[in-house]
Design a protein around this ligand. Structure first.
Ligand code: IDP
Ligand code: MG
Length: 160
């Protein structure tokens, strides 16, 4: 099972869209294994957005991300990173498909409501960046039998 990081950004918190965002992933069948509200600082942002630090808009992103708390979530599921990015939609909300979170609720590129890990590898790294081991919960989700085929649940490739 992959782990992926979602951040409901300050605009989602301010606009009261956190519950809606959580609902999108719950109804997909993903498992929530960690959740907390926090304020991000420069050090975290420089690491989290290391691919953007030389961009002209980086200062704006930083100020925006520090403008109010964010809600960080760790989600787990079979090949879930790519599925989550489909639900989140394109970085520019004006190009995001209708039905995606960004397509339905956002319009400004720097106010696109949500961060989602862009690869399984980065999902693992980002979950570890935002959550300690103690903050990540391990439990059985009873609905898995109805959400996944056996081979997806077990990861052993067998059908039953
Ligand atoms: P992603 O959030 O879809 O993964 P990234 O390229 O990783 O997109 O960029 C991180 C965040 O930086 C975006 O979500 C967006 O808020 C902001 N951003 C990216 N490109 C631009 C831009 O051209 N102008 C303003 N903000 C941008
Ligand atoms: Mg990104």
């Amino acid at each position: 099972m992959e782990r992926t990081l979602i951040l409901a950004k300050p605009d989602a918190v301010q606009r009261g869209l956190v519950g809606n965002i959580i609902n999108r992933f719950e109804r997909k069948g993903l498992k929530l294994i960690g959740i907390k509200m926090l304020s991000v600082d420069d050090e975290m942002l420089d690491e989290h957005y290391s691919h953007l630090t030389d961009k002209p808009f980086y200062d704006d992103i930083k100020n925006f991300m520090k403008s109010s708390p964010v809600v960080a979530m760790a989600w787990e599921g079979y090949e879930c990173t790519a599925s989550v990015r489909v639900i989140v939609g394109a970085t520019n909300p004006r190009e995001a498909d209708a039905g995606t979170i960004r397509g339905d609720f956002a319009i400004g590129q720097g106010r696109n409501l949500i961060h989602a890990s862009d690869s399984a590898e980065n999902g693992e790294k980002e979950v570890s960046r935002f959550f300690s081991d103690e903050e990540l919960l391990s439990y059985d989700k009873s609905e898995y039998i109805h959400v996944y085929e056996h081979k997806e649940r077990s990861g052993d490739g067998r059908d039953s």
